[in-house]
Write a protein that binds this ligand. Structure first.
Ligand SMILES: N[C@@H](CCC(=O)N[C@@H](CS)C(=O)NCC(=O)O)C(=O)O
Length: 208
């Protein structure tokens, strides 16, 4: 059985849990809880699985470990030969990865940087390298990221076009994180709000 090392409720783990549910694979993995608030992800045993000290990590039956949500999602998406989340052909793959990365860098990671640097984050034991100014700057980046995504969604139902994809999962997790970090979606971003409500209705979201 494949394993997912993660911490339920956190935004990056949510990305893989949503992808698993979209693919109907949730029952094919065992979830191994990592005590992130307690710092387990910074200890040698976990760092051997992911030197970045972050969850989630997929561990295959042969012991191969795959970190980074995009890489994990690509792997899972290929298992049934129907890679709907990450692209069925070269064009789809290109567009999905481009939009995924924009949602990740411009929203999710920006929110994470705000959370870890400009708020108490995971607490004083873990947040030992804070830079408040950099955190606040990233709140602005996150808001700009939301505005960019809203503009994309003015012209199409999903971030990579007509179909739901990994890019939407990343952006949705970014907004989960924004709620948690108390960064509100600006009121005028109607397309982003409507998209969020639509995506929230997908059964897979309940697995996040
Ligand atoms: N780019 C990574 C991000 C992973 C990440 O930052 N995970 C967070 C949980 S949402 C974490 O483990 N943080 C630990 C820490 O900040 O110490 C991915 O795609 O998996």
């Amino acid at each position: 059985m494949m394993k997912i090392h993660d911490f339920k409720g956190f935004p990056n783990p949510a990305r893989v849990r949503i992808a698993l549910a979209e693919k109907g694979l949730t029952d094919r993995v065992t979830f191994v809880p990592v005590d992130v608030p307690g710092g387990e992800h910074r200890r040698a045993e976990f760092l051997a699985k992911n030197p970045a000290g972050a969850v989630p990590v997929l561990e295959l039956e042969d012991g191969t470990t795959i970190a980074e949500c995009t890489a994990i999602t690509c792997y899972l998406d290929q298992l049934d030969g129907r890679p709907e989340l990450t692209g069925r052909d070269a064009r789809e793959q290109g567009v999905i990865h481009m939009m995924q990365r924009r949602a990740e860098a411009g929203l999710l990671d920006a929110v994470a940087t705000y959370f870890h640097h400009a708020t108490p984050g995971l607490g004083p034991q873990l947040e030992t390298d804070q830079n408040r100014e950099w955190g606040e700057r990233n709140k602005e980046r996150a808001l700009a990221g939301m505005r960019y995504l809203d503009g994309v969604l003015a012209d199409q139902p999903y971030l990579a076009g007509d179909r739901f994809s990994m890019a939407d999962i990343t952006a949705f997790a970014g907004l989960i994180f924004a709620d948690f970090a108390r960064i509100d979606i600006p009121g005028d971003l109607a397309h982003l709000r409507a998209w969020r409500a639509r995506v929230a209705e997908r059964p897979s979201i309940g697995h996040a």
